[in-house]
Ligand binder design. Structure first.
Ligand SMILES: [Zn+2]
Length: 910
């Protein structure tokens, strides 16, 4: 420890001495430069240049400023030194070498909220007074006269607090054993919370790094360390020069992580978790999916994995699901740790996220977007590729069906909202980088790429991708490069396609319209419509399937592929075919389009849903029914009649998940629209509790199905007897054949008991916390406390959430937000509505976009005329809101109107 301090102190002493000397030298030098330049360029006001800051005085970087900078700067390399102790502060030195095309004006270097001890520009130290003037806590302005046309070197020494918001170099202290863990997260522009740099994707650079860290720590990054030396109580980790990377793809993780290794495949793999949660993962799953992924991607892209080794680390407090840092990927603990056996759906999600991040290593890290408007393609491509790789290389051959039921439905919903937007939109500044990162960019984008694959053909599509990646390796590219690559491979002009799919918002609807004569089809056309607000009609390749009922089940009598366009497309090939009982015009889900079932097919679906053998088709028909509810065409009670009769018959795991999700949404509409005391809602609630429990019992031989039913039961159990049943499962008085009550399930049970005011719930929370005092345990306890229908608890938490500087970490506040207002507690939401609305603008201003993403879920929408009007007023009055919050408000308003419409469409007997 002492030796380590000496290392830092001696460096600083040296710097202090050199500062004095170079300050003296510098004043002379500046004058010379000034005179020189005044002669070189009479239009250049050098006097201004020293004080003029070339960008807006805030933490964001505009595209314009970024492109101006990258037009002048090239050949960037970083040498980074870190001294990590586990304490709240770290100290660092970051040297940037770069070429500059002109030194006519100042240049800025990003560095967020650091205590700078010295800056050296091309051998000269910036005097303290100048340093203070030239650093605004967001970026350093390097005066023009200290820059050189040609090669420059800038060194910044600083100390900084570790971040605790999930960005920069995040620090987490484990409540279980007090061990400290660090990890970095940079996207879109948070590398500047860890070092001084040009923080923009098109200034790719190499990174060399030396890290001093406590001896029991492991340090890992984009490259594998070349050596570890010892200095007192610390180890010095030497990382060799990396490949050329965009800064947001670089990373540094350090701490006493538990490590597993697997060298049995093509690339060396490592996996890390915190020590205290290391029993909550199954490394075998991780290594299996990872190896399957590498085999798939190496082959599919036709380019070997570029970064040689592959590390994956589970980290706490993570803001997103995972992040594709080159060769050192981070995953959110919350999504991937399990206290107990991992359910099938979570294992599938794990495989899919591993594939997603791995796809980015090529598409994103090797060939990178130039600016954040390209982020959608990055994410859409990874989402598409993850589904393809999961379906084709892992045990989860159902991956496309899961995509259909999950991501694709979110995309359809998002694309029908007033807030929809084209897939490709301008991103004026880093402040807006994530504004449009939503279901449109991930899932609509992925669906559209999948349609393009069908349109062009698998092999041609793959060739186009290969060409794009190899032409842009270690470089930046834009959308046109991608489209041109595919156009060239296919020999097709894709301009129209690009225009209509990527620059126009909205989803179309298709419907089969046909006539039969003497048992045969006499005419058949596909009709395409668009919403009036988004009138673009598009061209797509689909498959039309015709089915005929037999007893029991259905025969697929005909399947043809068709490219449709415009309002109506004649399909003569089907004339003369046996008149069908069911027509589905997007069979096997090639297209991104809503399907309106024709009247006969709709009736068939309602009556014989469970008899459709093809699981994807069955899933799509379930979706058609649910869409009809959401569009106000089918009364919710009619849907529930079909759903409650057919759900227990469902034998497919993925489809069952989809159905239970729909039923859960249906229950939310009822709770909010009619209230949980309404006789019909009570009756449905009772039935749901009963059906989910009976199905849990009935599936004791099918572990995965049983788990799925039991999760639903955990959500619907509310009567005294069901709560008592849960209580007994918790304390071991009851047991369920086939089901282990794991720590995760224990917390779920406790939350449900608390939600419905079981007499013992407060006691149970406190007691469980003594058994599980982990970070997950703490969050689960907060969740269980906040979800209780207790006005005082809710008010206290709301105050905490709204505080300008809460001492409670963001990830815990986020947990509390998610528990505040379950749908049956609509009255609590209504009670806090006025306060939430009147403070919205102020909170939006203070808290920033990451916080607001969670907070905006609290905007009150209570499914009443009053609530719709209140939201409308807010939309009109709160004009100063950030774009993200404005969008949330618009969505809340539209969805609240939908809830009212669904309520009005109910056809309940009086
Ligand atoms: Zn991604």
């Amino acid at each position: 420890m002492r030796t380590h301090l000496k290392f830092i102190t001696s460096k600083n002493t040296f710097l202090a001495v050199t500062t004095v000397i170079t300050t003296l030298l510098l004043s002379a030098c500046v004058t010379t430069n000034k005179d020189q330049k005044a002669q070189d360029d009479s239009s250049n006001m050098v006097g201004q240049a020293t004080t003029f800051s070339p960008r807006a005085d805030n933490q964001y970087l505009s595209q314009e400023q970024a492109f101006k900078r990258s037009a002048r700067v090239s050949n960037v390399s970083y040498q980074l030194h870190y001294s990590l102790t586990g304490k709240e502060l770290f100290s660092a030195s970051s040297t940037i070498n770069f070429a500059l095309s002109d030194n006519a004006s100042p240049l800025t270097v990003d560095l967020n909220k650091a205590q700078i001890t010295s800056i050296e520009i091309n051998g000269f130290s910036m005097p303290v007074a100048q340093l203070e003037k030239n650093y605004n806590q967001w970026f350093i302005t390097l005066p023009a006269e200290q820059l050189i046309k040609g090669n420059n070197a800038v060194t910044v020494n600083f100390t900084r607090k570790h971040s605790t918001n999930g960005e920069g170099l995040h620090r987490f202290k484990d409540p279980v054993d007090d061990k400290v863990y660090l990890y970095s997260h940079f996207e879109p522009a948070a590398a500047q919370q860890m070092f001084a740099l040009f923080d923009q994707p098109d200034l790719k650079a190499t990174f060399e790094m030396i890290v001093s860290a406590p001896q029991e720590w492991t340090v890992f990054s984009a490259m594998k360390e070349e050596k570890i030396t010892q200095q007192g109580d610390f180890n010095i980790w030497h990382f060799p020069k990396s490949k050329t990377l965009s800064p947001y793809n670089f990373s540094l993780h350090a701490g006493p992580y538990k490590m597993w290794q697997d060298n049995s495949g093509k690339y060396p793999l490592r996996l890390f978790t915190r020590q205290s949660v290391s029993n909550q993962i199954t490394p075998r799953h991780w290594f299996t999916y990872t190896q399957q992924g590498f085999e798939f991607f190496d082959d599919y892209f036709g380019i070997e994995y570029p970064f040689k080794k592959y590390d994956q680390v589970l980290v706490p407090d993570f803001l997103y699901g995972a992040m594709e840092n080159a060769a050192a990927v981070t995953f959110a603990e919350g999504s991937f740790l399990t206290n107990g056996e991992m359910s099938q759906s979570r294992r599938q999600r794990l495989a899919s996220v591993i594939m997603h991040e791995m796809a980015h290593q090529w598409f994103g890290n090797l060939a990178t977007m130039k600016w954040w408007n390209g982020l959608w393609l990055n994410e859409s491509f990874a989402a598409f590729m993850a589904t393809l790789a999961t379906a084709e290389s892992t045990e989860f051959t159902n991956a496309w069906r899961s995509f259909y039921a999950g991501g694709k439905q979110s995309a359809y919903r998002a694309d029908q909202r007033v807030t929809t937007h084209p897939i490709e939109v301008p991103v004026p500044s880093t402040a807006n980088a994530f504004d449009n990162i939503d279901a449109i960019t991930y899932s609509k984008g992925a669906s559209v790429l999948n349609q393009l694959r069908h349109l062009l053909g698998e092999k041609i599509f793959q060739q186009g991708i290969h060409n794009y990646l190899s032409n842009n390796s270690y470089n930046n590219a834009v959308l046109d490069d991608f489209i041109n690559s595919l156009a060239k491979a296919s020999g097709k002009n894709l301009e129209q396609w690009q225009q209509k799919w990527l620059y126009q918002a909205g989803v179309n609807t298709i419907e089969a319209s046909y006539q039969c004569n003497a048992g045969k089809i006499s005419s058949f056309k596909l009709l395409q419509t668009a919403d009036a607000s988004q009138p673009t009609l598009r061209e797509q390749k689909v498959q039309i399937a015709l089915l005929k009922a037999k007893k029991p089940g259905f025969d697929l009598t005909k399947k043809i592929s068709v490219i449709y366009q415009g309002k109506s497309t004649q399909v003569d090939e089907l004339i003369g075919v046996t008149c069908p009982d069911l027509v589905y015009p997007n069979y096997q889900d090639w297209a991104f389009v809503k399907v309106n079932l024709d009247a006969r097919s709709f009736k068939t679906t309602q009556n014989y849903l469970a008899q459709i053998q093809d699981p994807l088709l069955r899933s799509m028909l379930w979706q058609s029914l649910w869409d009809s509810v959401r569009d106000g065409k089918l009364p919710l009670n009619e849907y529930l009649k079909v759903a409650l009769a057919n759900a227990p018959l469902e034998q497919d795991y993925t489809t069952l998940g989809q159905i239970l999700g729909q039923i859960s949404s249906a229950k939310i509409y009822l709770n909010k629209g009619l209230g949980n005391q309404h006789a019909y809602v009570k009756e449905i609630a009772q039935q749901l509790e009963e059906i989910t429990w009976q199905s849990t019992l009935a599936n004791s031989d099918h572990k995965n199905m049983q788990r799925r039913w039991f999760s639903s039961y955990l959500n619907f159990a509310h009567t005294d007897s069901a709560l008592d049943n849960l209580y007994k499962l918790l304390n071991g008085q009851h047991s369920l054949e086939g089901l282990i009550i794991s720590q995760d399930i224990r917390w779920d049970i406790i939350a449900q008991l608390s939600r419905f005011q079981h007499a013992k719930s407060a006691e149970l929370i406190a007691q469980e916390l003594t058994l599980d005092s982990s970070d997950t345990g703490e969050k689960s306890a907060i969740y269980a406390q906040v979800i209780a229908p207790d006005a005082k608890v809710k008010t206290n938490w709301l105050v905490e959430i709204q505080q300008k500087n809460s001492n409670v970490g963001f990830s815990k506040l986020r947990t509390a937000m998610s528990a505040l207002y379950p749908s049956e507690q609509n009255s609590f939401r209504e009670q806090s509505a006025t306060q939430l609305m009147s403070s919205l603008m102020e909170i939006d201003k203070v808290k920033g976009p990451v916080f607001m993403r969670s907070y905006n879920n609290l905007i009150p929408a209570t499914c009443s005329e009053l609530s719709v009007a209140r939201l409308k007023t807010a939309i009109n009055d709160l004009t100063e809101l950030s774009s993200g919050t404005k969008r949330s408000l618009l969505i809340k308003h539209q969805e609240d109107q939908r809830c009212l419409m669904i309520r009005h469409s109910l056809t309940l007997p009086n």
